[in-house]
Write a protein that binds this ligand. Structure first.
Ligand code: ACO
Ligand code: HSE
Length: 311
């Protein structure tokens, strides 16, 4: 079954070459099944890379998925041409009247700033408030997760002395969790951040459960609220095989003497091709979310979702 994206989105060509069935927005679905509506708030600077990474995982499903992208109006992205945004993206104002089965809030390279200092903070906070009544399930990634944990539950982030950078071993913290169905007892996921949440702050919030964590400095990895309508993912399962390499090379060229990503290069040698240990986890994570927490739970008629809302 296909994933439907804005017409001529560059990611579509890449995904088609990977045998993912992509439909443009004009084409009708062949079956009378309501597609799942997913909204992606893409805060990453190089938009097409994140689009491709997320659509690759959302598209690897028998479910019909229709994706809308939005960017922030209160901070206009500098690395993405305005005609690209005009062609493929909307704004929150253009979608606030709609309801969605799922939403993804991406990471963002703004973790050094206090949340309130980020130019689009008020807008992102408004979107997170709106999501409570207009989105069935929200998946927050990296800075998106930090922002969600802070906005919804007051959990602070802290600067770490050494960048959490590499591919870290994790384990499940709960049994029989559908989001983790198919995960091995130990699994690997990339992290790339300079900040963290403290586990004890998360455990203090009765509505939150840590579903998976790492005993390394990567710490809590997947946090869910009680209703399992909000997931906070501190790592980057969606990253391409060479994303960490690109970040390392970028910082190396900038003379920043970056640390070598852990558990990534054979013999920790950046001249060797990296070992990819997280692809299957990425596919399971997104497929389980889509299947168990979006498709199987969301109302068939999206208008039924928080009908009482007069937002
Ligand atoms: C913690 C996480 O979530 S990890 C996810 C973040 N990881 C990444 O973004 C990896 C890829 N990013 C990069 O490699 C770099 O950010 C680059 C190369 C794209 C840009 O680096 P630089 O040019 O040095 O930084 P620059 O000052 O232009 O800002 C980079 C981004 O930070 C964000 N940003 C910077 N200042 C602000 C601000 N005041 N308010 C909001 N966003 C800001 C923007 O997203 C900006 O990119 P955009 O304008 O295209 O949206
Ligand atoms: N993943 C990011 C961290 C930025 O906050 C990078 O190194 O680009």
């Amino acid at each position: 079954m296909p994933i439907k994206v804005p017409n001529a989105l560059p990611a579509a060509h890449i995904l088609e070459s990977e045998n993912i069935f992509v439909m443009d927005a004009d084409r009708a679905y062949s079956q009378d099944i309501r597609p799942l509506k997913i909204l992606i708030l893409n805060l990453m600077p190089i938009k097409y890379i994140t689009e491709t990474q997320l659509l690759r995982l959302l598209g690897n499903s028998p479910l019909q998925v229709e994706v809308d992208f939005i960017y922030t109006e209160t901070y206009v992205p500098s690395h993405t041409p305005s005609d690209y945004l005009a062609q493929f993206y909307g704004t929150f104002d253009e979608v606030r009247h709609k309801k969605y089965d799922g939403m993804i809030i991406t990471g963002a390279p703004v973790e050094h700033m206090e949340f309130e200092e980020v130019a689009y903070w008020d807008e992102v906070a408004e979107i997170m408030e709106w999501s409570k009544t207009h989105v069935y399930s929200t998946f927050h990634i990296c800075w998106g997760a930090q922002a969600g944990l802070y906005y919804h539950y007051g959990i602070p982030k802290f600067q770490v002395p050494k960048k959490i950078f590499g591919v870290f071993k994790h384990h499940k913290c709960v049994e029989h969790e559908r989001l983790l169905r198919g995960f091995d007892d130990e699994f690997y996921v990339p992290h790339s951040r300079h900040t963290e949440e403290h586990k004890e702050d998360i455990l203090k919030v009765p509505e939150l459960t840590i579903l998976a964590e790492s005993d390394s400095e990567a710490g809590p990895y997947i946090i869910a609220n009680l209703e399992k309508r909000q997931f906070f993912i501190t790592g980057h399962a969606e990253y391409d095989p060479t994303t960490l390499k690109q970040e390392y090379d970028r910082d190396f060229k900038a003379g920043m003497n970056p640390q070598i990503p852990q558990n990534y290069y054979p013999d920790d040698d950046p001249s060797k091709p990296p070992i990819v240990r997280w692809r299957s986890v990425a596919h399971l994570l997104f497929a389980n979310w889509l299947n168990y927490y979006v498709y199987q739970e969301t109302p068939y008629e999206l208008d039924e979702l928080y009908k009482e809302s007069e937002y």
